[in-house]
Write a protein that binds this ligand. Sequence first.
Ligand SMILES: [Zn+2]
Length: 164
Amino acid sequence: MGTVEVDAFEFCRRKEARSGEADVASMARLATETLDSSGKLQWAVQGGADGRGHPLMQLQVQGDVKLHCQRCLAPMDFHIDSQVDVIIAADDASADVLDEQLLDEPVEVIVGSTAFDLLLLVEDEALLALPPAPRHEVCGAPAKPVDAPEKKESPFAVLGKLKR
Ligand SMILES: [Zn+2]
């Protein structure tokens, strides 16, 4: 489990930048959501401020993961290519206020800390980027109705064969 901890507020104030590569396997939640935990994410975070002076992190996440096509159930490659601006709030109360103020703006608001794990932010964004019902763009699903299950051999028949 890797972490990339920074002081979120200092990071933004000093307009620092960090980037790196993270194994999908090292991100437990993302690994669960994907078909296998192969693959890597490339990420970059740039600190700064928004027009009103709020601490801001500009996050980029890219990488390939494997998902299950919900139609044909075969594996499919999915390319994550995501960018988001994240306002860093000082605490829960100001996060709520900022959420209200910035409702119409394409930013996310999260509570920062002095030991802020950038990789958790990367993982959150990757999870948000996953489609809720992944499907091949050109799906090779056979044209059989889903509600007609294939005839399966009875488990007892299999047992019978084993005994012989
Ligand atoms: Zn498919």
